[in-house]
Design a protein around this ligand. Sequence first.
Ligand code: B1M
Length: 218
Amino acid sequence: MSILEEISENLQRGRAKAVQELVRQALEQGVDAQTILEKGLMAGMEIIGEKFKNNQVFVPEVLVAARAMNMGTTVLKPILVEEGAKSIGRACIGTVQGDLHDIGKNLVRMMLESRGIEVIDLGTDVAPETFIATARDRDCQLICCSALLTTTMGSMAEVVKQAEEAGIRDKVRIMVGGAPVTQAFCDQIGADVYTSDAASAADAAVALLREIKAAENG
Ligand code: B1M
């Protein structure tokens, strides 16, 4: 079994310490951090997700796997996120109200940080007014909303609406994502950008910040 398969296997069993140790070993063996993330950690989480859908595993197993995933990404974070990089802009990010899924949101945060964006992480179950107050008070150019449940994605429409009501809609770009979110949904609620994965979210965020800077410089 390759070390990436071992990471995936241990993650599925929720063995957080083993996952952390294997991630360290893989780095020592020269496997790059992005490969460990995608082919080890995310691959394992995908299998758990499929089993969860098919009722082969249940919430407790998924929770321990999620903890193992987070422990693994903790080791990778300093490598993926260049320390001390000059900030090119500021974003606030959160999982929307009623939704406790944070693995995807954490990955998006990590990718944004790796591209030099300062990120204020609001956590999970974030009310629309918290996104708006943070963007206004902390001068964020980007609001990033993640949702994993069809029942909570509607909260993103409320973020867009409240940004308009607060008079900051022209100052912030609203990015949306998460498994049930689509481009059509993004268009329907009047958000600015939908991306399907964390790396594309970071690309889009950098492009938006460049656009904003170019507009400011006339
Ligand atoms: Co939940 N859960 N869950 N769960 N869970 C799903 C989402 C589900 C699809 C499983 C299923 O039934 N097939 C289903 C939702 C169905 C639906 O609404 N369509 C579901 C359900 C029903 C539930 C509960 C209601 C179960 C229950 O209690 N009966 C409950 C809800 C709790 C709540 O939030 N209020 C629940 C609970 C949980 C756990 C707590 C056990 C755990 C979360 C732990 C945690 O996050 N700390 C959990 C998990 C882990 C999952 C699955 C298995 C995995 C999600 C995940 O982390 N994926 C998931 C099944 C699945 O997705 N196959 C499932 C890995 C992660 C890297 O992917 O988050 O999609 P993802 O992020 C991706 C992209 O979507 C994108 O980038 C990321 C990586 O590239 N992305 C963005 C995400 N945010 C973005 C933002 C952007 C751009 C891109 O711009 C801002």
